[in-house]
Ligand binder design. Structure first.
Ligand SMILES: [Fe+2]
Ligand SMILES: [Fe+2]
Length: 121
């Protein structure tokens, strides 16, 4: 396991978020429960990949990084329960929700995950 695997997982996130953008553009609200479900699976696996890598390389930032992952994961779980309640699905601003997920991911990858590649230099 190494940095390339982490990069591949980051790219995979983009394929999922593209589905969310596509669903927003088509007004396909019903697609969101499955998309958030897919994101939860993806992030559970991805965060484990990064945290294991950091543990193996004795990164001093493991704890702080783990906390960021956990906070975001909790947020996704709350989105998951929101979109699974049919009566609320149409009142949720899905574009904002998608942007929020994307913005967290972008900032996290650029500011926090970026440091992982320095471990292997
Ligand atoms: Fe991370
Ligand atoms: Fe990451």
């Amino acid at each position: 396991m190494g940095v390339k695997h982490i990069d591949d997982e980051h790219r995979y996130f983009l394929t999922i978020i593209n589905k969310a953008c596509d669903a927003c553009a088509r007004g396909n609200h019903q697609a969101f429960p499955l998309i958030i479900d897919e994101l939860l699976d993806h992030f559970r696996e991805h965060f484990e990949t990064e945290e294991n890598f950091m543990a193996e390389t004795n990164s001093p930032e493991l704890i702080a990084h783990k906390i960021e992952h956990q906070q975001f994961y909790n947020k996704l779980v709350s989105y998951y329960s929101m979109v699974y309640e049919d009566n609320r699905l149409f009142s949720i601003k899905l574009v904002e929700l998608t942007n929020d997920i994307y913005n967290w991911w972008r900032d996290h990858v650029l500011l926090v995950d970026k440091k992982l590649s320095a471990v292997n230099l």
